[in-house]
Design a protein around this ligand. Structure first.
Ligand code: PMP
Length: 423
């Protein structure tokens, strides 16, 4: 652990917050899985560009041309970051949720969708207009592949199909066998979209090596704020679909017909799904974060994160009342996202105490993955537990959990304070 690198500089490192016990303490942001603090480097890049900001794809002025170049370069940077195929499109969206809804709106007719019940709601819910098969929670990565293979082998009639899977769980932090799931999907003539919201900030994602058809992620979890996200991958379904938003920028030519109607020719590039004035700063910030993470090196970042994971897991193992939530068991490969319950404690009160008494920001609830968390807690699938809802009575099973999550900007002191606070 001596060789572990220093955390990357992020915004908010020195922010102090008041404690109910009196005095102030520096804030320990341990909710990276919700939104990670922006890298200082991203902030500096955005600040350097801000005076030159202009509209893209519209203006004749110098700054509009410059902004258009930067916007299109950001697309190329993201394509490199994701190791995309030459023929792939990178569409800038608002978020992972937006990206997956865009793909859901672009599904060909009669597309069957296969999704594990363990998914985040952003990857579980957008497909509801299609014919969806919900797959039961597996208890190992191998069982996930077998479950998918069985479901795909049974499918009929043999038309278009899509599998949607999360690369790293936002609840357990566990890595899913994406490459194997992609191979299974392709053997059975299905395509696959990877929800990389939690994977991309922690691990390199190669579209080519994983052989996935699309990848979605969010800027605000990848150390770049500003409401931007990405859907990258195969162009064909996106090109054939109606634009996600109809409007300027998506249309190449609009003409009035002699019968009084209007004809539209849509772009068949990424612009088809980016109608309206795009979030240029957001795209620029994502590209800046991609470059910063690549330059820092994922080997180095992973080594540091695994060091923090060890500290947290070893610390929590000393507390007999703590139960860490896991689908795949102790040996699973994982990112810095750990959910747990504390016997005898209401999870919401526990999280509130970490904030009020120690200046530690974690999350409590069902983490927008209600079926998964209920499965992990062993609660009745129909229970009413919700994010922020009243908790179980003393002596009853917890309905909510606590989640601690961290990443490239987390100093050791934050996780040490967290472990000591839990103890
Ligand atoms: N997928 C996963 C695995 C996530 O963790 C999240 C965010 N918690 C999302 C999708 C949705 O991301 P966003 O809120 O940025 O759309």
């Amino acid at each position: 652990d001596q060789s572990v690198c220093a955390p990357l500089p992020v915004l908010g490192r020195g922010v102090t917050v008041p404690l109910v016990t009196g005095g102030d303490v520096t804030y320990a942001a341990l909710d990276y899985a919700a939104s990670a603090p922006a890298l200082q480097r991203v902030w500096d890049d955005v600040a350097a560009y801000a005076p030159y900001y202009g509209s893209v794809h519209r203006g004749a002025g110098y700054l509009s041309q410059l902004s258009t170049d930067l916007f299109e370069n950001a697309r190329r940077t993201v394509a490199e970051f994701l190791d995309c195929r030459d023929t792939d499109q990178v569409v800038f969206t608002r978020s992972t949720t937006d990206s997956l809804n865009l793909l859901a709106a672009a599904l060909p007719a009669d597309c069957q969708v296969f999704v594990f019940e363990t998914e985040h709601h952003a990857s579980l819910l957008p497909w509801r207009a299609a014919q969806v098969t919900y797959l039961d929670a597996p208890s190992s990565p191998g069982q996930a592949v077998e479950t998918l293979e069985r479901a795909l082998a049974d499918r009929a009639p043999y038309g278009p199909a899509l599998v949607c899977v999360t690369g790293a769980s936002n609840v357990t932090g566990e890595l899913w066998p994406v490459q194997e799931l992609a191979a299974a999907a392709h053997v059975h003539g299905a395509r696959i979209v990877l929800d990389a919201a939690q994977l991309a900030p922690h691990h390199p994602v190669s579209v080519k090596d994983l052989d996935v058809d699309w990848v979605a992620f969010s800027g605000h979890k990848l150390y770049a704020p500003f409401g931007s996200g990405v859907l990258a991958g195969r162009a064909d379904w996106l090109r054939q679909a109606e634009p996600y938003l109809a409007g300027g920028g998506a249309s190449r030519k609009v003409t009035r017909r002699t019968d009084g109607g209007v004809d539209v020719e849509w772009h068949d590039t990424a612009a088809r799904h980016e109608a309206g004035s795009p979030n240029v700063i957001g795209a620029y910030a994502i590209a800046s974060a991609c470059k910063a993470l690549t330059e820092a090196g994922f080997d180095t970042l992973v080594a540091r994160e695994q060091h923090l994971i060890r500290k947290v897991r070893e610390g929590l193992a000393d507390v007999p009342e703590v139960r860490i939530l896991s689908l795949f068991g102790d040996d699973a490969a994982r990112v810095g996202v750990i959910s747990f319950v504390v016997e005898g404690w209401n999870s919401s009160h526990f999280a509130a105490a970490l904030s009020a008494e120690y200046g530690i920001g974690v999350r409590d609830g069902l983490f927008c993955a209600h079926p998964l968390v209920r499965t992990l807690l062993g609660s009745d699938p129909q229970t009413q537990g919700e994010c922020g809802a009243p908790e179980a009575a003393p002596g009853e099973k917890s309905l909510n959990a606590i989640r601690v999550s961290f990443g490239a900007g987390t100093p050791d002191e934050h996780v040490e304070r967290f472990v000591n606070a839990v103890k």
